[in-house]
Design a protein around this ligand. Structure first.
Ligand code: NAD
Length: 422
């Protein structure tokens, strides 16, 4: 090999862009390829669309001359290692691997003996060997594990997490053969502080789904408990905090308005789909967690309407200000956010819905809501304020000072007579 190792990262989103930036930082030549021409033009012009990557970091990568954002498949020619980090959504509850297939086919026509391909997209066990390998082999005429290395390494990136980034979070690695595992592990040893090898790609694929299913199920548990605790007149948040003092055997999860993002509403269903297809049986924990978490937005709407009624405000014509439209704090990512069904549920009851979120692009919000800014005037004008996301940009004291009535779905605000928690 002459010159720096040539890495191709297919997909320059929340997962692919941080990997590309890190690989440039450790000395690799990186081609970041994406179908989205606007996104690529932005990256080439030095504008990052991913919050974890600042424009300065992107500029530094571009300045090395070793980072090429592109839409042109010809630019992947001559790659040494390729990582696939494209979306894996559900279509009508069924895994949609179309992007993984397209990315694999694109790489296959540029394969040479000795290259290494790694799938990072979250997916059901078996995808690397049953779906990706045949596509790579057919167009290239090469054999996985013999002529080229192939592996799977799940991504654990947590956008907005200030302490656990790509580098500090241990990374599970796998290969279709022991030699492929060595190659994949050697690659990631240059990228992250710690790699965790597992025996095969199926184990690595299952590891990712286990992690996200574990969270999904535990969040569903506290969400369902929150509903019952409210009816029992018991403070579920205090109970979780107290239980969390146990130094072993308990891990705190807190209730919320529902789950969103790319992972929790989707990944567990990849697992239940695979289980059903392979064994014919239902993965009941996943089905139940889906059901409970999907009901949370409706529960928040019902609690909001009940509060209006208690305050003597007819829902039709009432004004409710929603604070936070993204799916988690300090991000503008509104994929699968529960805030949208909550807004639509309130609007359906005749409520005028104001949506305040300093991070979310107002153009991405449905026509049923009015984008607004969380000012004292807006807070004071609303019959009810519903805190949905605890962004640092919100001023908790100001919210309590100006809002007449508040439903706090994150238990983030200071206690006050006007505030009730979920
Ligand atoms: N976002 C997260 O926090 C996170 C964490 C862990 C794992 N994952 C998983 O990683 C994968 C990618 O997620 P993401 O959040 O980075 O998605 P994303 O939507 O932010 O980025 C994916 C990018 O891939 C591009 N793309 C789609 N098809 C393509 C193709 N055929 N060729 C080239 N580019 C293509 C899209 O245009 C997009 O820019 C998913 O499987 C996801 O489940 C995401």
């Amino acid at each position: 090999m002459t010159g720096p190792e040539h890495l191709v990262v297919v997909g320059q989103g929340y997962v692919g862009l941080p990997l590309a930036m890190r690989a440039v930082a450790v000395g690799m030549r990186v081609t970041g390829i994406d179908l989205d021409a606007q996104r690529i033009a932005g990256l080439a012009a030095g504008t990052s669309h991913v919050e974890d990557i600042t424009d300065d970091e992107l500029a530094a990568a571009l300045a090395t001359g070793r980072y090429l954002p592109t839409t042109d498949p010809a630019d992947v020619a001559g790659f040494d290692v390729a990582v696939i980090s494209v979306p894996t959504p559900l279509a009508d509850g069924v895994p949609d691997l179309g992007a993984v297939e397209a990315a694999s086919a694109m790489l296959a026509s540029h394969m040479r003996p000795g290259v290494c391909v790694v799938l990072e997209s979250t997916t059901y066990p078996g995808t690397t060997t049953e779906l990706v390998a045949p596509i790579l082999e057919e167009a290239s005429g090469l054999v996985a594990g013999v002529d080229f290395d192939l592996g799977y390494s799940p991504e654990r990136i947590d956008p907005g997490n200030p302490t656990h980034g790509l580098v500090e979070t241990p990374k599970v690695v796998s290969g279709v053969t022991p030699a492929s595992l060595d190659r994949v592990q050697g690659f990631y040893d240059r990228i992250v502080d710690e790699t965790v090898p597992v025996a095969d790609t199926g184990t690595a694929e299952l590891t990712k789904l286990l992690e996200n299913t574990f969270r999904h199920v535990n969040i569903a548990l506290v969400n369902e408990l929150a509903v019952f605790a409210n009816e029992l007149g018991i403070d579920v948040w205090a109970a979780v905090d107290a239980a969390a003092t146990k130094p072993f055997g308990f891990m705190p999860f807190r209730p919320g308005p529902g789950v969103g993002g790319h992972c929790l509403p989707i990944d567990p269903s990849y697992l239940s789909w695979k289980v059903k297809r392979s064994t014919g049986r239902d993965f009941r924990f996943v089905e139940l967690a889906n059901e409970v978490n999907e009901q949370m937005p409706r529960y928040v709407v019902d609690r909001a309407l009940a509060r209006l009624e208690r305050d003597g405000v007819p829902a039709a014509g009432a004004t409710v200000a929603l604070l936070g439209m993204s799916y988690k704090r300090n991000t503008g990512d509104a994929r699968e956010t529960p805030s949208i069904p909550i807004a639509e549920g309130l609007a359906g009851a005749g409520v005028r819905v104001l949506a305040c979120d300093p991070h979310v692009d107002p153009a991405s919000l449905p026509a049923t809501v009015e984008p607004a800014t969380c000012t004292p005037d807006v807070l004071a004008s609303a019959d009810l304020v519903v805190l949905l996301v605890d962004h640092d940009a919100f001023d908790a004291a100001e919210i309590v000072r100006h809002a007449r009535a508040v439903l706090d779905t994150r238990r983030w605000l200071p206690e006050a007579p006007s505030v009730e928690a979920l």
